[in-house]
Design a protein. Structure first.
Length: 146
């Protein structure tokens, strides 16, 4: 029986890093190699640093919106608005795209319905009770903030 050459593999729990093999388009590979050289890093270190940054950026984006629920709800709204704009006036010619939601009363109304419908999915049970701090105000808190 032949013996294996080289150092024996460490148990998975003791490994500090994991191997990841993947293919890249040549231009992207060249950019990564150049960036690694500019920062005196290995190619692996450059790829790992960029991956870490992308995950950190994603989390910062979610945090900026006040958490996962706000983030995804607002992303859905942002994704759906152009669809509503396009479907609101399907007869509009391609060279003259449909009006934006803030330019056309019908499209505005449909976007508002979209948003109200989505928000209603999150409506908590029970009756809204105005806290004492806000009870003396002439306008609701949301209207004052707007």
């Amino acid at each position: 029986m032949a013996t294996k050459r080289g150092r024996p593999s460490k148990p998975t729990a003791e490994k500090k890093t994991a191997h990841a093999g993947f293919r890249l388009a040549a231009p992207l590979y060249e950019r990564l190699v150049a960036a690694a050289a500019a920062d005196s890093r290995t190619l692996s270190q450059e790829i790992e640093a960029r991956l870490r940054l992308s995950f950190d950026k994603d989390q910062k984006e979610v945090d900026r919106f006040g958490g996962q629920t706000n983030y995804w709800l607002l992303r859905i709204i942002a994704h759906q608005i152009p669809i509503v704009e396009k479907l609101a006036h399907p007869e509009a010619p391609r060279e003259n795209p449909p009006s934006r939601w803030w330019e056309d009363p019908y499209t505005f109304q449909q976007v508002k319905i979209l948003i109200d419908t989505l928000f209603d999915c999150f409506r908590p049970n029970g009756q809204a009770i105005t806290p004492r701090f806000h009870a003396g105000s002439d306008k609701p808190l949301g209207q004052r903030l707007a």
